[in-house]
Design a protein around this ligand. Structure first.
Ligand code: NIG
Ligand code: FE
Length: 415
């Protein structure tokens, strides 16, 4: 199977020259070529360059797309989602519009717990159907890889139900899916007053089972006021690391309780959120090589402060942008919308935003050796947009500008 994209009006490669991520000024270096070609064989990119240099003998029976009207970019990587859930929380959205805060709603029994109730009541089949529909819509918006967290089960059977649903979708859906174990998302009501017992259940039973069955690549913990303490998060993440799992952390979202310092101490792959991070902690992340995953959709949706992406980049922390798609704090999975918010609210440039949703996001999933840029040898995940220039994507917001999605070399057909 061969596919040639020729005469591409503007190709954005985000080429990394062998590096696995970009930091500092290099985040602006996104490799733009006018009138370019990309040649794909068996799902892998074989050749990238100016159209006039393409060696015609390479293409034997290739399908050809004349892309003179399109800007081509790497498919987007959404490195932080809570995609598998039942129910919805528009009533909380309405309450927030009247001034109630996310924390007040959670304390009154809403928030994560209300989604846990609905998700526990749903079957694996029902959850898969809901999630597959969301994955379809994400792909239409240009996302070709998504991380998917558990965390709305909060007991052994229900967390396994979510992870198995995710695992099955991984083989049934064209989206590349990266599963993350997040039983440490909140304390279930059964463990009221004995939170450390839930931490023990996670470490002694849930994590070993997840690792043995290979149900998740990452372990994540919501380390924040009212959720998991730094000590509890450390215990869980160290256990996960000892079982060979990669680690991430929800850090400094609601309050700063020291979660990003823990991220640096444990050298987790990514620290996500960071709305409340201090400048000392930014330096610690830079030293530990941890990737910062910022989630501007959450700040927008909850009317919270935005993470200081400008300082993170200027200090040299590699920054990725993700949606955090979930029914409570960000009911959107549009990566172009997240880019708009990053540019307007976090003072990121359009070039930095593109790097943050492609190569650096792939690095936050430890996948950037395979995806995240348009380079020979990588999987052919490419989006084509009928726009005049790559900067138009974040500029013209609130509409879907993705014209075609190529996933592992196949042009996706949408119903
Ligand atoms: O990333 N911070 C914790 N978890 C989600 C919110 C989940 C929910 O409200 O259902 C987040 O913001
Ligand atoms: Fe989250």
């Amino acid at each position: 199977m061969q596919l040639l994209l020729k005469n591409i009006k503007q190709l954005v490669t985000v080429s990394a020259d062998g590096n696995l991520m970009k930091a500092g000024k290099d985040m602006r270096n996104i490799g733009v070529t006018e009138n370019a070609s990309v040649f794909i064989e068996d799902g892998i990119i074989r050749w990238v360059g100016p159209s006039k240099e393409f060696p015609d003998k390479m293409k034997k029976d290739a399908d050809v797309i004349d892309a003179r009207d399109y800007v081509a970019l790497p498919g987007f990587v959404d490195a932080h989602t809570h995609l598998v859930f039942a129910g919805s929380r528009e009533h909380e959205f309405a309450m927030r519009s009247q001034g109630m805060t996310y924390q007040q709603i959670a304390e009154a029994g809403g928030g994560i717990m209300s989604t846990v109730k609905a998700t526990r009541a749903a079957t694996k089949k029902e959850l898969k159907k809901l999630a597959a529909k969301r994955l379809d819509a994400m792909m239409k918006h240009g996302t070709t890889t998504a991380e998917v967290k558990s965390g709305y089960g909060l007991d052994e059977d229900n967390e396994v139900k979510l992870l198995e649903a995710t695992k099955e979708l991984e083989s049934e859906h064209p989206m590349t899916i990266v599963p993350t174990f997040l039983a440490a998302h909140a304390f279930p009501p059964e463990y009221a007053g004995r939170h450390d017992d839930y931490v023990s259940a996670i470490c002694e039973r849930m994590l070993p089972y997840t690792a043995k069955k290979n149900l998740a690549k990452f372990c994540d913990v919501f380390c924040d006021k009212g959720y998991f303490t730094v000590d509890q998060a450390r215990t869980i993440l160290k256990k996960a690391q000892s079982l060979g799992m990669e680690s991430k952390i929800h850090a400094d979202e609601l309050e700063n309780i020291g979660a990003s310092s823990l991220a640096a101490e444990l050298s987790v792959v990514s620290a996500d959120h960071l709305e409340q991070i201090t400048s000392e902690e930014i330096t610690k992340l830079q030293k530990s090589g941890t990737i910062a995953v910022v989630l501007p959709g959450v700040s927008f949706f909850l009317s919270h402060k935005y993470a200081d992406a400008r300082s993170l980049i200027d200090v040299g922390v590699p920054v990725a942008i993700a949606s955090d798609f979930n029914p409570g704090s960000c009911m959107s999975f549009s990566m172009p919308l997240m880019m708009t918010l990053a540019c307007t609210q976090m003072r990121m440039t359009p070039e930095e935003a593109i790097t943050a949703v492609t190569l650096n996001a792939a690095a936050a999933l430890k996948l950037s050796q395979k995806i995240g840029s348009i380079e020979a040898g990588k999987e052919a995940d490419i989006v084509l947009c009928e726009i005049p220039d790559y900067r138009f994507l974040a500029y013209h917001f609130g509409v879907n500008l993705i014209s075609k999605v190529i996933k592992k070399g196949t042009i996706l057909e949408f119903s």
